[in-house]
Design a protein around this ligand. Structure first.
Ligand code: NAD
Length: 502
């Protein structure tokens, strides 16, 4: 009897060798080097992935450069370019099941959640096609009767896109869509730990028949392939999502070639629950916000500040909910939390449970059932009685681990929430609407939600402050990064010109 898991696997068989995609062709890496891609649930080999070298980045950038400088992409009619973008979205929709499966297999994210993310991926393309058609506009400045000055937006050139392993397909398309829609050409360097869906994106774009060299994928390690992309003189833009430390290295390494960098980095975001909040909804949002996507989520509410007056009640309810979260095989529809991406990350997350004990916090976690012993599982965990100065409250753990703290009043909640290097997101729960706004204004983060879980509106700016990032993508805000704004000054009268040497 074939299990439901095996049936899905048979339907979406994975390729044994994932290749690079350069200049419209799938190709091996220089020297035929490969990386073994592991399954986080079994820690067995899934397949092998071409390990791109500096030479491969050079080839991909040369192809993207040629396509930008001499190809039809940036000069073709807008409607034609958008036809390609819409076609990519349609092709993604045709492959939803397969992409969701590959993503779950590759990353350990539960398949019910990867399915939602893939839906967002095709919307990334449609959204940016609509945005370019309607909002990629210039401004005109009249100067008396003497000048009309106006701005135009032109594509910048070759965009280097570097992405992490959490939510790979959604994050890759979040960058590829605006980069292509605005007329740039692209070299994507996906995370070495999650290459499967990026390969499918290359296949989809290949089928969409984009002109050669417009889109390229070079798999490989950050320190080699990623680094070569960052330092390449023919690359104008680096859009990076990943750890804060890596972001800072990339900024340094891109300085010699003066690249424009967009940085979407780590987070340790607070959720502040006041005693007048809708208890059940705040609970739902808090649990989902930290334990969904295995807690490997940049905007996860990993620091809970609950008002002292409801602490006991809230923590008791939390314990009951967390104990019932369903860990399991990421390919099973009912699984809520799957295994972490790899052994290294598993060890890092686990180490924080020891650190918590050393720091004097109480660790509430569960044993891993025998049938999951091979996987990189950390059970949904609560770290109680924590204090804001502790490492477990200050450092990004990036797993299903919630650090729980309390506050007395509004002033203290804001002070504690802001006493940290990160500033990506924040969540405020209160039924006092004035207070909700006040707190949201004062919490130092790029994105705040009041009485809401993390629901994205693609029209709005996305990004963080402090150590969580530089710049904003999303909506028309992304145009500042993905286009060059040019000002044209036109004299419409005889304005005064100094007459030197006359
Ligand atoms: P990471 O920084 O280790 O790697 C990200 C990417 O950078 C990978 O493709 C990697 O190969 C590459 N890289 C590594 N070193 C490089 C170098 N020297 N030069 C060029 N490229 C290099 O991050 P990760 O562990 O893959 O992802 C998890 C992190 O991403 C977390 O910190 C998380 O918060 C963050 N993240 C942020 C956002 C956001 O929007 N702010 C979204 C998702 C994830």
């Amino acid at each position: 009897m074939v299990s439901s898991r095996e049936k899905v696997a048979l339907k979406h068989e994975t390729q044994d060798n994932i290749l690079l995609y350069i200049n419209g062709e799938f190709t091996s890496a220089t020297g035929n080097k490969t990386i073994i891609n592991m399954n986080p649930f079994t820690n067995e080999r899934i397949n092998e992935v071409a390990e791109g070298q500096v030479e491969d980045i050079n080839k991909a950038v040369a192809a993207a450069r040629e396509a930008f400088d001499h190809g039809p992409w940036k000069t073709m009619k807008l409607t034609k370019r958008m036809e390609y973008i819409y076609r990519i979205a349609d092709l993604i929709d045709e492959e939803v099941e397969k992409i969701a499966y590959l993503e779950a297999l590759d990353t350990g994210l539960p398949i019910s959640q990867t399915k939602k993310m893939v839906g967002r991926a095709s919307e990334n393309f449609r959204f940016y096609a609509r945005m370019v058609e309607s909002r990629l506009v210039g401004d005109a400045y009249q100067v008396d009767d003497e000048f009309i000055n106006y701005t135009i937006n032109t594509p910048v050139g070759v965009a280097g896109l570097i992405t992490p392993w959490n939510a790979p397909f959604m994050l890759e398309t979040w960058k590829v869509a605006p980069a292509l829609a605005t007329g740039n050409t692209v070299v994507l360097k996906p995370a070495e730990l999650s290459p499967l869906s990026a390969n499918l994106l290359a296949e989809i774009i290949h089928r969409a028949d984009l002109p050669k060299g417009v889109f390229n994928v070079v798999h490989g390690y950050g320190e080699t392939a990623g680094d070569a992309l960052v330092k390449h003189p023919d690359v104008q833009l680096i859009s990076f999502t990943g750890e804060t430390k890596t972001g800072s290295t990339i900024i340094k390494n891109s300085a010699d070639t003066l690249k424009s960098c967009s940085m979407e980095l780590g987070g340790k975001s607070p959720i502040i629950v006041f005693d007048d909040a809708d208890f059940e909804r705040a609970m739902d949002a808090c649990v989902w916000g930290i334990y969904s996507f295995n807690g490997e989520r940049c905007t996860a509410n990993s620091r809970l500040f609950v008002q002292e007056s409801i602490k006991d009640e809230f923590v008791d309810a939390l314990k009951k909910r967390v104990a019932k979260i369903k860990m399991g095989d990421p390919l099973e529809a009912a699984t809520e939390v799957g295994p972490l991406i790899d052994k290294g990350h598993y060890q890092k997350v686990k180490s924080y449970l020891d650190i918590a004990k050393e720091e004097g916090a109480e660790v509430i976690t569960a044993d891993i059932p025998e049938e999951m012993a091979k996987g990189n599982f950390v059970a949904p965990t609560l770290l109680l009685n924590a204090e804001n100065h502790m490492r477990i409250a200050q450092e990004e753990i990036f797993g299903p681990v919630l650090t729980v703290m309390t506050f007395k009043d509004e002033e203290e909640a804001i002070k504690l929430a802001n006493d940290i290097n990160y500033g990506l997101a924040g969540y405020v729960w209160t039924n006092d609407i004035k207070r909700g706004h006040r707190v949201a204004h004062k919490v130092e983060a790029g994105m705040l939600w009041v009485n809401a879980q993390n629901v994205r509106d693609l029209r709005t700016p996305f990004g963080g402050s402090k150590y969580s990032g530089i710049g904003r993508e999303g909506g028309h805000y992304g145009f500042e990064f993905y286009t060059e704004q040019k000002i044209i000054h036109v004299s419409i009268a005889e304005h005064h010109i100094q007459q030197f040497g006359k």
